[in-house]
Design a protein around this ligand. Structure first.
Ligand code: TXA
Ligand code: MG
Length: 336
């Protein structure tokens, strides 16, 4: 356990058993470590990750004060924690954007498994962890499953009692003044949630809806993608007609210089420009992608630039790059 904890503290990845499925954990507050989770899984997109805690007091580092004032958090935690319930509520700004996939919210779970709890305590930090499978493969319920899929891509696997539930946690979103929403069916049935929340607005099952131009994602992906407030355009060659002001986002320094030249040639005012990394370091780029997008958006909004656009150069495919490319394409496809 001390070795596994040291790996987490130094930014590595440790797979660990929980009562639902094995998770692939990293320090939730270390964005490059979190980026490596997506790299190891070969996930072609960034989905929000569940943050695992060992103590309810750790919620104060993750949820905003306003979120914590919601009495339903204590009701759900009393009833189902430790256990197979993930609570989604508004996130403190310190929670890295990559953990939240750019959303304003974060999902948190206190698992009921001694090994998982021991690792979180020994590491001294909450762990961001998706299921410990390669993209598109089955969620693992034994250490052997994990090794079959991830051996050589992660730093350690903890052995522990078999995962007893075998399906992932139920994911419940709490929005102020709205009934709780079940985003993903899982270990805690809807009926149980409804019973416990009966006097607090009840719970509704969110129906997965596809946005125009967006493929419907796996169950649980409802609404969980980053949608920029400023239209984002992917540009490879000449700037599109009609753009007069923009912020630039490029995979690396060289492509940013290229975008700047294109903007100058088109007579477009550039209000901010960002390279995701200097030399196509995809772990670093992924770690801060959503923060950078938020920053660019904030500059354009705070300056009230009319008809502004974020102009991004496509990210090269391959490895973690495909996940970054996918998120940029989705942001560009979001209807304005
Ligand atoms: O049982 C489990 O939940 C396992 C174990 C390891 O804890 N973890 C797991 O993680 O299943 P993962 O990454 O395979 O699924 C996470 C799902 C996302 O796809 C999304 O549906 C939901 O949790 N989720 C997490 N954070 C969210 C957020 N801020 N808003 C909406 N949905 C969120
Ligand atoms: Mg999964």
């Amino acid at each position: 356990m001390p070795r596994a904890a040291a790996i987490i503290r130094s930014g590595g990845l440790v797979a660990f058993p929980t009562e639902t499925v094995y998770g692939l954990g990293a320090n939730a507050f270390d964005a490059p470590a979190v980026a490596r989770i997506f790299e190891a899984k070969g996930r072609p997109t960034f989905d929000p990750l569940i943050v695992h805690i060992a103590d309810r007091a750790d919620l104060t580092h993750l949820f905003t004060e306003a979120a914590l004032a919601d009495p339903r958090i204590a009701i759900l935690a009393d009833a189902f924690w430790p256990g197979a319930l993930t609570i989604v509520a508004s996130a403190r700004p310190e929670v890295p954007g990559l953990v939240r996939a750019g959303l304003e919210t974060v999902g948190v779970r206190l698992p009921r498994h001694e090994t998982a709890l021991a690792l979180i305590r020994a590491a001294g930090t909450p762990l961001a962890a998706p299921s410990a499978n390669r993209f598109g493969r089955l969620s693992p319920t034994t250490a052997d499953h994990v090794l079959e899929q991830l051996d050589g891509r992660i730093d350690a696997v903890l052995l522990g009692e078999a995962t007893e539930i075998g399906v992932e946690s139920s994911v419940v979103a709490l929005d102020v003044d709205l009934p709780a929403r079940l985003l993903r069916h899982g270990g805690i049935p809807l009926e149980e949630l409804a019973r416990v929340l009966a006097d607090h607005g009840g719970v509704v099952a969110a129906t997965p809806t596809a946005r125009p131009g967006m493929p419907l994602q796996a169950p649980g992906m409802t609404e969980s993608h980053y949608a920029p407030m400023v239209p984002l355009l992917l540009v490879t060659a000449a700037f599109p007609e009609g753009v007069t002001a923009c912020a630039l986002l490029a995979p690396d320094r060289a492509s940013l210089t290229h975008l700047e030249a294109l903007a100058a040639a088109a007579g477009v005012t550039v209000h901010a420009s960002v390279a995701l990394s200097e030399t196509l370091d995809s772990v670093a780029a992924a770690a801060h992608l959503f923060e950078r997008l938020h920053e660019l958006e904030a500059v354009l909004i705070s300056r009230a630039v009319p008809a502004a656009r974020i102009i991004a150069a496509p990210y090269p495919e391959g490895g973690l790059g495909s996940a970054i490319a996918d998120r940029l394409r989705r942001a560009a496809a979001t209807p304005q």
